[in-house]
Design a binder for this molecule. Structure first.
Ligand code: FAD
Ligand code: MLT
Ligand code: ZN
Length: 502
């Protein structure tokens, strides 16, 4: 196990006590209170899933998990916790990749899982209003019969919540086409750290009446309040979607390829996703999508998945076929081959090769995940430099670091640099950090493109944000949460009246 972030407590928070449980019983029915505190007979294993993150990297020791069903219940719980100074970790689907969704110590976990109803959907405007705990896939299924899709899509869609997506400002696979959640979220309902309900759940496309407060909660990772409902604009479903995997002989071809693809596909291009050869091999090894034929992968250094979403199938197919012809007939082809999906099963299988990398990596070993924004041209250099660094320290090999790989959202300038090790060790950690963050800073990049700061990168914020920005973030945090009870330690540390992380 890795050492916990070093938290220097200036003032002790309260732990949940048996008397608090008695109070929670006046707010929630018994089945919505999971606690291992005496006189409960609940074994601690019952709340293990809430204490451990998706990667098995971060572990808390909460004694109590509350599962409210209504906004009023959330408000009553928070008001009580504020009066008792009990810290709270809001938890959605617990699929976050930076340790933000689990306690650092014994904070109370407030799970949104039972707040999972759609409040309204307007099939004309496409505006969906849903409880924060709705699972992304179930919302996709809900709007599909109305010929709409969710503007956000990610590999964790079967478990993550819309509230968690908003709290992390998740990027995902559709950002190239539909932009970030800062654009598609129209309104939020939030329970503030003193228990007040902030109702900004409007469904207006335009509203220039002062500060747009909801934007502060998008990407705040549960540090400013608990999102209880989301109003979001869902786009109409494309009439036709196609995809193709292109195999490239060198990474250097990715950028010219992106330019060509953008020019030729223009308005129908909806995704341009990158996986290097190691990522592809791991996806295949762990059964994510069907492997391409040996001929197709022969000599491939990396792959790009291109998706089109347009209005007419024949028109889109013609454009894609023209693109493939241009690429393959070129004097110096940028690709060695292209595999075009021919039916919905193949479409899903090609996507699985890209979407399934996260799952494959976690089956292969313990992942150190760096989610960075850097110039596209440097994607490969960063992966290579990291591998070289690990090699120079003698850390490459089956019993230490098994693989260093890169994949991600080329269209968004977002690389996922993953280091897959046999186990999490302090030696690997110290070899990677601050090395990776310094490398990112040397490109003026971002140390967190889409996953957030969580517990993982709190100490590293200054690599991407200057002192003035950090000071203002702290002021905002102190204004909303003067007692520092909302998801303490992540991602904005407080030093005025709470705690600080060295
Ligand atoms: P959680 O993990 O439960 O919480 C994440 C953070 O949000 C925590 O800080 C938590 O306190 C806070 N939070 C959760 N709910 C609320 C709420 N209602 N109010 C206030 N704060 C809240 N991320 C991407 O950006 N792009 C991807 O493509 C992507 N793909 C992924 C694929 C896989 C297989 C996995 C496992 C993860 C992936 N992720 C991706 C990361 C993760 O799924 C996203 O960050 C997701 O948005 C988290 O949602 P969640 O409901 O699981 O939130
Ligand atoms: C992805 O793009 O696949 C996700 O962000 C998850 C990951 O980084 O593994
Ligand atoms: Zn991603």
């Amino acid at each position: 196990r890795l050492a916990r972030p070093r938290i220097r407590c200036r003032r002790l928070y309260s732990s949940v006590a048996a008397s608090d449980i008695e109070h929670f019983k006046s707010i929630l029915p018994p089945h919505a209170i999971l606690t291992t505190l005496s006189p409960s007979t609940l074994p601690s294993s019952e709340i293990d899933t809430y204490n451990n993150d998706w990667m098995g990297k971060y572990h808390g020791c909460a004694t109590t998990v509350l599962k409210p069903k209504t906004t009023q219940q959330v408000s009553d719980i928070v008001r009580w916790c504020a009066s008792r100074e009990i810290p709270i970790v809001p938890q959605g689907g617990n699929t976050g990749l930076v340790g933000g969704s689990v306690p650092l110590q014994d904070e109370l976990v407030l799970s949104l899982a039972s707040m999972n109803s759609v409040r309204s959907f307007d099939a004309v405007s496409g505006i969906l209003v849903a409880d924060a705990g709705c699972i992304l896939q179930s919302l996709t299924d809900y709007v599909a019969p109305h010929n709409h899709i969710m503007p956000v899509d990610l590999g964790a869609k079967g478990s993550c919540h819309i509230g968690g997506n908003v709290a992390t400002n998740a990027g995902g696979l559709r950002l190239l086409r539909y932009g970030s959640l800062h654009g598609s979220v129209l309104g939020l309902e939030v329970v503030l750290p003193d228990g007040t309900i902030l109702d900004q759940l409007t469904s207006l496309r335009k509203d220039n009446t002062g500060y747009d407060l909801k934007q502060l909660f998008i990407g705040a990772e549960g540090t400013l309040g608990i999102i209880t409902a989301v109003s979001i604009l869902t786009p109409p479903s494309p009439q036709a979607s196609n995809n193709v995997i292109l195999a490239l002989p060198h990474f250097d071809n990715v950028l010219p390829l992106y330019r060509t693809v953008k020019r030729q596909l223009s308005e129908i291009l909806s995704a341009f996703e990158f996986i290097d050869r190691t990522a592809y091999d791991l996806a295949v090894k762990h059964g994510q999508g069907r492997a391409l034929s040996d001929d197709d992968v022969d000599g491939a250094a990396c792959f790009v998945l291109v998706e089109t979403s347009g209005g007419r199938r024949e028109h889109d197919e013609e454009k894609l076929n023209d693109l493939l012809t241009t690429l393959l007939d070129a004097e110096t082809p940028l690709i060695t081959t292209g595999v075009l999906s021919q039916n919905p099963a193949q479409f899903s299988s090609l996507w699985a090769l890209r979407e399934g990398v996260t799952e494959a990596v976690s089956k292969e070993g313990k992942a150190y995940k760096y989610d960075i924004s850097i110039p596209l041209a440097s994607f490969k250099d960063v992966v290579d430099a990291t591998r070289d660094r690990l090699r120079s320290k003698g850390l490459l090999g089956e019993h230490a670091v098994k693989h260093v790989l890169g994949y991600g959202h080329v269209g968004d300038g977002n690389l996922h640099l993953n280091i897959v090790a046999a186990a999490y060790t302090q030696e690997i950690q110290d070899t990677l950090e601050p090395f990776v963050y310094e490398l990112v800073a040397s490109y003026r990049g971002s140390i967190s493109a889409e996953h957030g700061i969580g517990a993982m990168k709190t100490h590293a914020l200054h690599y991407s944000k200057n002192q003035v920005s950090i000071e203002w973030m702290k002021k905002i945090k102190a204004l909303f949460d003067p007692k520092g009870i909302m998801n303490p330690g992540k991602p904005i540390f407080q030093d005025a009246n709470g705690f600080s992380i060295k």
